[in-house]
Design a protein around this ligand. Structure first.
Ligand SMILES: Cc1cc2nc3c(=O)[nH]c(=O)nc-3n(C[C@H](O)[C@H](O)[C@H](O)COP(=O)(O)OP(=O)(O)OC[C@H]3O[C@@H](n4cnc5c(N)ncnc54)[C@H](O)[C@@H]3O)c2cc1C
Length: 514
């Protein structure tokens, strides 16, 4: 196929070091996974066009600016920086020349309803002291637990996460690893077995919530996150997470490739079982030698690559799959600084198991909640006008499988979040809010085309992990690849960057298909 077809369709893409004769690749979506893939495809010799339906890059990591305040819409806890550095290296650049990444210490605070707070960090002695403050008998349990987390990291993250899967049968080989990691059990059950103190059980089991998993059901493989954070730190880029997205776009464009906005893909074109390009919502058809979808995998198979002969990810299988929770987000700026509030704080309400049950199983919006409060201006004052603070509050809520009427309930829910924050860590908040906006699961569906409005794609349960998850090389369609949170290995920036890395290992070099 002549790639000039696409070339004429999207204007000039051939830039530095690119020739119009290089094979063309299309990436659908500019999330972390899509941009990382575009960098890798560029390094493999393709001319790359990223097609993004929104007016800006980043997907869940896009930047919202309002009244002088800068809000990172999504990810804020940055770990696994080596995965980012690798992308800069692939593009022949030094990460440190472009991004000012600061290590946070502590990583975050976990606050309980009685006002006490656990300072979570990667420092072993400081963590032992914190654990001891809550329950001295749990100090040795902490050491044993972190050793288990290390095993999960080595086997789950390094060994199982960093490879592609060609068949479900391959998973049989990894059964001993899964048992060694207690992967057949949940994070919460493994943590509860190890810690005596009920508060510490919450502190050490809440991590799956960072990637849309219910600690009561998420495979214990995910205790690897505790070790990932300890080994690689929790960081924040000056300028916000948006600085990373901008940096990645610069890498893509600096290699002569292109990111095109307001370009919604309505169909991945398939001929004789092979992806040949895409059709945009406006009707324009763009041809390519290969297509990578960074769109939600369920959405990709249900609505974009709809070949009804697909054997594995059929519509009914996608409907039966389990999806991560929804998210309610309130972005707000204040006309004063709340100096006592740390950069990252997880605020746990009294109910833990019951609340998780409401969100994930009963799928009802409870009047009580737990939330994550982000105050990036604790680290970077440039994200708000002088003397002001930028915040967001993130509340896990049911996805759209529940029947919450968000159009009616969002404002009342926001007010209850505001009252709760005002009564706890942000006194007189209502009087100081000067800018405000919200996102509900409805927006996740309409903005990111996330199936069921899920915050993080498919839920990370054992039977939807590794070889059981939608693969990076499509099972159904030749030259179609998938990347991002709802593919292998899963959500979170380390997950989606690993997804791009695994994809790299199965995508042909441009010379091989030129
Ligand atoms: C509020 C929130 C907080 C989070 N916090 C953290 C955190 O602190 N740390 C962490 O590591 N992770 C965090 N995560 C998870 C992390 O942000 C995501 O897992 C990750 O950013 C998802 O990246 P992705 O590559 O899967 O793509 P996405 O960000 O989902 O982007 C996909 C893109 O594809 C576009 N698209 C979809 N369909 C089409 C189409 N048909 N045509 C064109 N474009 C299309 C969408 O518009 C979107 O831009 C958070 C997530 C959320 C929502």
């Amino acid at each position: 196929m002549r790639t000039d077809d696409l070339h004429s369709g999207v204007g000039s893409v051939a830039g530095a070091g690119k020739s119009v004769h290089d094979p063309q690749a299309i990436v659908v979506g500019s999330g972390f996974g899509g941009l990382a893939t575009a960098v890798r495809l560029g390094a493999k010799g393709y001319r790359v066009t990223v097609l993004e339906r929104l007016d800006r890059p980043g997907g869940r990591a896009r930047v919202l600016k309002q009244d002088g305040f800068t809000f990172d819409a999504g990810p804020t806890i940055i770990t696994g920086p080596d995965l980012l550095k690798e992308l800069w290296e692939l593009a022949g650049k030094r990460f440190e020349d472009h991004i000012d990444l600061r290590l946070l210490n502590p990583f975050y605070y976990v606050r309980f309803e009685d006002g006490s707070a656990f300072r979570y960090s990667g420092d072993t002695e400081a963590m032992r002291a914190e654990v001891s403050r809550f329950n001295p008998r749990d100090v040795t349990n902490y050491d044993r637990f972190m050793e288990r987390c290390r095993v999960a990291y080595e086997r789950g993250y390094i060994k199982l996460g960093n490879r592609s899967y060609d068949s479900i049968l391959e998973m049989v080989r990894f059964i001993p690893d899964i048992f060694a990691m207690r992967g057949h059990r949940s994070v919460y059950s493994v943590v509860s077995e190890m810690f005596e103190d009920p508060r510490l059980r919450k502190v050490f089991s809440l991590h799956p919530l960072l990637i849309g998993g219910n600690p009561l059901k998420t495979t214990a493989v995910y205790i690897l996150i505790n070790y990932l954070e300890k080994a690689h730190g929790v960081h924040f880029p000056m300028g916000g997470t948006g600085a990373l997205i901008k940096g990645l776009v610069d890498l893509v464009e600096g290699a002569g490739n292109r990111v095109r906005y307001n370009a919604e893909v309505s169909e991945i074109c398939v001929k004789d079982g092979r992806a040949t390009g895409v059709r945009l919502a406006g009707g324009e058809v763009l041809s390519a030698e290969l297509v990578v979808s960074n769109a939600d995998s369920a959405w990709t198979y249900k609505y974009l690559a709809t070949d009804k002969r697909r054997a594995r990810w059929t519509d009914s299988k996608l409907d039966r799959a389990q999806y991560s929770n929804g998210l309610f987000l309130w972005y707000f700026g204040t006309d004063k600084r709340y100096e006592d509030v740390p950069h990252h704080m997880i605020m746990l309400g009294d109910r833990y198991r019951g609340l998780l049950h409401d969100i994930f199983d009963r799928k009802v919006l409870s009047p009580d909640f737990s939330l994550y409060l982000h105050r990036p201006t604790a680290t970077d004052r440039s994200l708000a006008p002088d003397g002001c603070d930028t915040f967001y509050a993130l509340v896990p809520v049911p996805n759209l499988d529940g029947d919450t009427n968000w159009a009616e309930r969002a404002e009342d829910f926001r007010k209850s979040v505001e009252q709760y924050l005002s009564a706890t860590v942000l006194p007189n908040l209502a009087q100081h809010v000067v800018t405000s906006s919200m996102m509900t699961p409805i927006d996740f569906q309409s903005d990111y085309l996330s199936y069921k409005g899920a915050g993080f794609g498919m839920e990370p349960i054992l039977l939807q992990s590794a070889g059981f998850r939608p693969r990076n090389k499509s099972e159904h369609i030749d030259r179609l690849y998938l990347v991002g949170a709802s593919t292998h290995p899963g959500a979170g920036i380390p997950g989606v960057l690993t997804s791009a890395r695994v994809l790299d290992s199965v995508m042909p070099h441009a010379h091989a298909i030129a």
